[in-house]
Design a protein around this ligand. Structure first.
Ligand SMILES: NC(=O)C1=CN([C@@H]2O[C@H](COP(=O)(O)OP(=O)(O)OC[C@H]3O[C@@H](n4cnc5c(N)ncnc54)[C@H](O)[C@@H]3O)[C@@H](O)[C@H]2O)C=CC1
Ligand SMILES: O=C(CO)COP(=O)(O)O
Length: 350
């Protein structure tokens, strides 16, 4: 028997694989963790072979993070319950649309003392018109403490070991240093804050703003317009938190999860890229996601829809014109050319 902490990564997409590289490296290095890190892989067949077999033989996720070696102690497991068995730390990193099915499968099957860390950027929709934070969904369904990690962390650049920062939201003073040890490397620097909900909300909302930035790029409106859209997006993010999550701190927006993630996503993210292509090709978001992302998933348009659903029911759309316009454009209810008219009389200008 061992008292070493066991880690499971629930997810193996673009970001899931990049974080597996870091976590695998740290688990092997640190005495307090078991070397073996399991990674739940949603199985698929690539050129006639199982993706899990390819990963375990070549240590490369050839579909979602090609060109990067994963540490050999990261083991791909196609069975979710098997992967999560006896894990002390469960790192959730799947596109947000799959989290409820994942939790349903894990209900009653995990260590009751396990700690969750959610890297998932998005919301869940609540019946009757509200939204729920993904960490709250996991907490409720699995009855475990859930911390969050969000930041300016484009997966490819993290996997390239280019310097960046990230934010961990964790209220538990005993758990915070353990998570930092598990995540921090010399190129991936961690700041821990206890304003957990704000960290997570920043991570979800910035994907809506990234779509707006992509529309601006597609319309070739230039850098000043893009900067204005990013700023108005930031102000709507702050207003959203002030309105619906009172007690949050403005300082959290200055962490990597806030302004830094907003900037990187609005320049280098998938949501931006697809939104630009949306304007230039006239294709739908779904068509472009299928054509351009090779199985990776967009979060922005779905988050815009979830947020809009709530704002509409609360009769608050006009207080969040950028969020509202992004949703309407994504579903074809507003032409992208109308984006600027929609935000010309923004509440910030009154
Ligand atoms: N990619 C990035 O640069 C970053 C992503 N994130 C966030 O991390 C989360 C996960 O994103 P990625 O790892 O990039 O995923 P991804 O966008 O690469 O998504 C593909 C993953 O979804 C899996 N999948 C497909 N259908 C599934 C199903 N029915 N059930 C379960 N899994 C299924 C695929 O097997 C694959 O592992 C998202 O919330 C994203 O916003 C956060 C920071 C950076
Ligand atoms: O969250 C991200 C970077 O921090 C990735 O954003 P995209 O999903 O738009 O690529």
């Amino acid at each position: 028997m061992t008292n070493k902490r066991r880690v499971c990564i629930v997810g193996s997409g673009n970001w899931g694989s990049a974080i597996a590289k870091i976590v695998g490296y740290n688990a092997a290095k640190l005495e307090t963790f078991e070397d073996r890190v399991t990674m739940y892989v949603y199985e698929e067949i690539i050129n006639g072979r199982k993706l899990t077999e390819i990963i375990n033989e070549t240590h490369e996720n050839v579909k979602y993070l090609p060109g990067h070696q994963l540490p050999a102690n990261v083991i791909a497991v196609p069975d979710l319950v098997e992967a999560a068995k006896d894990a002390d730390f469960l790192i959730f990193v799947v596109p947000h649309q799959f989290i409820k099915t994942i939790c349903k499968t894990l209900e009653g099957k995990i260590k009751p003392t396990a700690i969750g860390l959610s890297l998932i950027k998005g919301f869940d929709t609540v019946e009757g018109g509200g939204i729920d934070l993904i960490s709250h969904v996991i907490n409720r369904m699995l009855n475990i403490q859930v911390c969050v990690l969000m930041g300016a962390n484009l997966a490819g650049e993290v996997a390239d070991e280019k310097f960046c920062e990230t934010t961990i939201g964790c209220k538990d003073k005993r758990v915070a240093p353990i998570l930092r040890d598990l995540i921090q490397t010399d190129y991936f620097r961690v700041v821990v804050v206890d304003d957990v909900d704000t960290v997570e909300i920043c991570g979800a909302l910035k994907n809506i703003v990234a779509c707006a930035a992509g529309f601006v790029d597609g319309l070739e409106l230039g850098d000043n317009t893009k900067a204005a859209v990013i700023r108005l997006g930031l102000m709507e993010m702050i207003r959203f938190v002030d309105t619906f999550y009172t007690g949050s701190r403005l300082s959290t927006f200055f962490e990597s999860c806030g302004i830094a993630d907003l900037v990187t996503t609005c320049y280098g993210g998938r949501n931006r890229r697809i939104a630009e292509a949306f304007v230039k090709t006239g294709k739908t978001v779904q068509e472009l996601e299928t054509e351009l992302l090779n199985g990776q998933k967009l979060q922005g348009p779905y988050t815009a829809e979830e947020v809009n659903h709530m704002l509409r029911i609360k009769n608050m759309e006009e207080k969040f014109p950028l969020f509202t316009a992004v949703h309407k454009i994504c579903v074809g209810a507003l032409s992208p050319q109308k984006l600027i008219d929609w935000i010309r009389d923004h509440p910030e200008h009154q």
